[in-house]
Each structure stands twice: as structure tokens, then as C-alpha cells.
Design a protein around this ligand. Sequence first.
Ligand code: 13P
Ligand code: SF4
Length: 350
Amino acid sequence: MLDQIALRSELAAYYDLAPSTKVADTNAHLYARMSRVVSPPDWAIFAPYVAAINTLKKQRNAVILAHNYMTPEIYHGIADVVGDSLQLAIEATRVEADVIVQCGVHFMAETSKILNPSKTVLIPDMEAGCSLAESITPAGIAEMRAKYPGAPVVTYVNTTAAVKAASDICCTSSNAAQIVRGLDSDTVIMTPDKYLAQNIAKQVPEKRIVWWDGACIVHEQYSAQDLKDFREWNPDTRIIAHPECPPDVVAEADFSGSTSGIIDYVTQQRPEKAMLVTECSMASNISDALPDVDFVGPCNMCPYMKKITLEKVLWALHTMEGKVEVDPVVANKARIAVQRMIDLSAKVSG
Ligand code: 13P
Ligand code: SF4
């Protein structure tokens, strides 16, 4: 992959990408959604890319699915659909356009390809990985099955297609408890996120949950002591943590949920001050819609999610490089595990 400077100069041969207050003004309706977190000079730099991408995506008959961790210029500027992992997977099944550009990490693009195999799925940077997806292979699933014979394997969607294919059912952070509860077995294997598994074990005490030793490099950095200290200094702050955080961190929080669950909670509750114990773009993306909420406290960046930039999205649409392919045999097996999850969570939520 070319570096950012090289990408900019290659793309400048085809598109007018010079910083422009005129293009910034023409796209002021998009800027209005991020004006608290993106400065006017930065918007003058982003706007020509946003305009070029939005024109090209129509020409290519493409839709952009963007995860809640994308930066505001992607999330508000070019995305057609935004959401958490479950919402993006469901939306992928509904795409009628020819091309899906996945602004997120590789496992999300693979999930889109698995669920809608006739579409061209592009990821703007093939190296947008995930520490959880890297932590387990199909051999790890076989090891867990040998250790706990007969127990079903619930695999987090943050995994490769091959790992999904070796599993019984998938889950996301928004439906993991429902999925585990819905399984007809006293023992349940959860892979690969040990912290998600431990958090679900607390919510579903009637089951014996065993787990693989994986973790998210973003969420494992938070400590319960940091949160306790923060609450002491800022007693009126609402603390909201993603369930990929260690259980003692989640125990310190007022609410825990998927990325969209967090957005819904803050949107409905409107706390005066909120600390989102998750990736940094979450607060940025909802800041303009919630001007009465003061987002305080530290956040952590996901280095993988941050590999996706406007330059790389434009490059992907321009060259149609970055196609995500999944072996059809693997895809067919993985689809069963993902579809079971979608069907079971739809059934439980009525
Ligand atoms: P969500 O399903 O909550 O969006 O989580 C995805 C993810 O990678 C969080 O780190
Ligand atoms: Fe993976 Fe963690 Fe990044 Fe989510 S935040 S993509 S779980 S490394």
C-alpha cells in the first residue's frame, strides 16, 4: 500500500483534491454533523476527498458500510450505513449495489462477503486487522472442542472466516448473552475474547462458560483503578464501558454495551458528563448530535481501525483494489454460524 503522501499525489492526477473552502462550503450540510470535532481548516482538506468519494461511489454503484469507530470525516462524510458489528452484518445482507466498501476492519469485510457473496467487497487497507481475530485459528477451536467435548462453540465475529467456519454459532457484543442463553447446553465455549466471555458469564450464571485467552488491545488497557480514580475526581460523570473491557472495569461502569448500545444509551440518557471507555472516535462521532453532553476522560485508539482513511477509500474506489475473497467452502460453513446468530438474536428480540 502506498503511503499517504504517495497516495495523495497519485490521486491528484485524477481528482481535484487541493484544500478548498469552496468545496467545504458546498458540503456544509455534512460538516454540520462534525463541526465540534473537525476544525474548519481540516474540513477544507477533507471536503475535496469527501466530494470525490461521494461522486465516484455513485459511478461504481457502491455503498460504504462504516463501523462506529471510523473517524468523523468517514462516519459523517461518506458512509451510507453506520453501525456496530451486528448492524453492519445485517445491513450487508441487504445491499443491492454492486460494490461494498467496508470502512472497518478485515473481519467485518469478510463477514460482508460471506453474507453477500455475489458482491464485490473492498477493504481500503488489507492490514486493518484485529488483535482478537489474530489470537485464534481453527486449530484453537479444535483444541477447545477436545478439552470440552460436546460443548457448543460461540465465536465472536471478530475472527477470520476459517475460525467462524469451525464454530457452531457467532455472537457480537450486542447479542452474546442472548446467544449463550439460547444454547441447549450447560457448558458453552466462548472464543476468542476472554473478557467478553467473563462479562457474559456474570450475566448468564446458570451456564458454565469457558474461554479462549484472547483480548482486544484497545480495551484491555483500561484498569478498574483508573475508573475509580476518575470517578473520585469527577463524581457526576457517567461511565460507559464496552464489554471487551476486563470484568472489573465493566463492574465500575454505569452501563456496558456494544458500540451502538453505547450510542443509544448516551442519546437517551443525556448525562451531563460521559466517559466512554472504548475507542476515541465514538465520542467524536456523536458529539455534534449531543451538544449538551460533555465527553470527558481518556480514550484509546484502535490502530487497525485508524488504518482506514479518506485517501485509501478513494484509492480503493478508483482502482477497485483491495477485494476481499473468501474460499466458497469456508464461506458456506462460516455463513451457517453467522446466519444462526442473526436468526437467534432476531428470534429472541422478537
Ligand atoms: P461492536 O460490535 O460493539 O461494534 O464492537 C466491535 C469492535 O471491534 C469493538 O472493539
Ligand atoms: Fe479489534 Fe479491539 Fe480494534 Fe475492535 S478495537 S477492531 S476488537 S483491536
